[in-house]
Design a protein around this ligand. Sequence first.
Ligand SMILES: [Fe+2]
Ligand SMILES: [Fe+2]
Length: 193
Amino acid sequence: MLGLKLPTDPRWVNIVEKNIEEILTDHAFCEQKATSTAISLIVSFPEYTELVQEMVALVKEEISHFKMVHDKILERGWVLGRDRRDDYVIELLKFFPKGGSRTTQLVHRLLYAALIEARSCERFRLLSEELKDKELATFYRNLMVSEANHYTMFLGFARQYGEKKEVDTKWQQLLEYESQIIVKLGKNETIHG
Ligand SMILES: [Fe+2]
Ligand SMILES: [Fe+2]
């Protein structure tokens, strides 16, 4: 599914289930970061018109996801806590060397975004299938569908703006690297933990 090389251990859901407040807090900030990423791509690459148009739409969608998660937190009588450190993303962003041409930098950012969307989508699918809390399971099923579209959109832009064969090779290498990060995770009640 989604080209990922290693599926998440389903026992991760048992850890999540013990602390719904924690997963919702972390999830809310994942949506905020997705919004910020889209804005940052607009700022860094304004001349890529098609990308800018899609990022505007994405900003609206991701901030609406943020609101959906925030509403869930309030419904359950909690208040949104502080952002959590995302070690998965910190490790992932070490893969491509810094610098390179403008196109190269754009391709790298698009591939990172595609992969984070793909892994998030896989985690949402797992939550939608395994959570005993059925209301929350349905919530994650609906979100899973939109994140899958984001993954294909980012990958599509990388192939469109970069040299397709080179992009595909980099994508495979990044997937391989990501599976080595994921093998050590699945132990925390965070979206990428
Ligand atoms: Fe989202
Ligand atoms: Fe997304």
